[in-house]
Design a protein around this ligand. Sequence first.
Ligand code: CTP
Length: 429
Amino acid sequence: MNAQLQNLHGDFKVILAQLSALAQSRGFRIYIVGGVVRDLLLRKNIFDLDCVVEGDAIALATSFAHDVRKEFKKHHAFGTATVYYDRHTIDFATARRETYSSWGVLPRVFPANLEEDLLRRDFTINAMAISLNKNDYGTLIDYYGGLADLRKGVIRVLHDKSFLDDPTRLLRAVRFCKRFSFAIEKNTALWAHEAVRKDALSFVHPHRLRDELILILKEPSPAGCIRKIDRLIGFSFIDKTLTLGEGDYRIMRRLAHTIDFYKKSFTHCRKLDEWVMYFAAVLHTLPIKRIKEVLRVFDFRKGDRVRVFSAKEYIFKVTRLAKPLKPHSVYRILNELSFETILFLYAYHTDARIRASIEYFFNTLAHVRLKVKGDDLQRLGVKPQTLYGTILKKLFDTTLDMHLSTKEEEMRRVRLIAKKIQSKRVRHT
Ligand code: CTP
């Protein structure tokens, strides 16, 4: 196992050696655990560390942070602490066992040893540790057959009540299964079905479900994850009536192409929140009122809520783009929407005219900026200033419709527009 630690980035080698020495001086034992160990065995890149301490994790993290002069945060309620080491975070937790008073609630925790700490975890592949202690530094600790499951490509829970204790593990099983192209072990699948039958996810706080959903939708193949959720769990934990059909998966396939196209063609544009678009694809068959309700109950951030429900709201509204419209009308319809929403609508609609309008918006209209500013109107002596907004808006529409490209062309137009608007105002007063 030492080989795995040897493969670590230089920063981490130094950190681990420091942690090892510090734990020893305090009389604690320390291990790296969980997903980090799994990823090391899979030879993936590691960015953050999770450490379990047999001893006082907060005290150890505090001394470590002082020694290396880094920021840290303590979470006394959980017996954990986080040290921010340059671009890495290092989490420290005191080894603990957990008991669940009922399904889906957060557990009560008690100090324990490493073996018990690993036993409370979700899957065997996430229940391994590597010792950082002097006598067996770098040794893999694998009480529950995680390495064999990793080699076989299997997601396996550690006991039959695992999904009932923590039903979010149903979603986590889907996530890891799709991420690594692993299979869910036979008994694990049976226990998962049993938890689904007992509607275990309805006992989980919506915030926890939301966080797991977002993580799933951020996986490299969100549509694959959605299909797996559909097969294993269903979507009634989001809404009792929500089901997906082949048409929805077709939209998701087009969404994947649309996103690829966007990334290749608009390298200078901002990064998309792709998960938002997939979530819109999951929810779009529900009535808009219900979508808003779901987004509220799960307490999604306001920006995410708006992007998801406007996707639904505009499915019908953008059908106007199928008619011949002036460029400024296309702009007015699409400009108030986020890129995520617009690209969802592009993937949703197959009508060539709607798609062409959206492409035109992305390629051309969205990049148009007026060269004439308020200062120019002032220099022309346009009065009163309260009209500038209206004049510039009109100029902008004209610029789009007449494809004006130079400041001179805009200046010529703005004189006419200002005159017209001023005289209209005089007539009205
Ligand atoms: N864990 C668990 N049950 C959960 C959540 C987490 O047992 N419901 C344990 C697992 O051992 C997991 C570790 O806590 O490996 C860290 O959790 P998290 O960071 O959520 O998972 P990772 O495995 O690190 O996954 P990722 O690679 O997606 O960060």
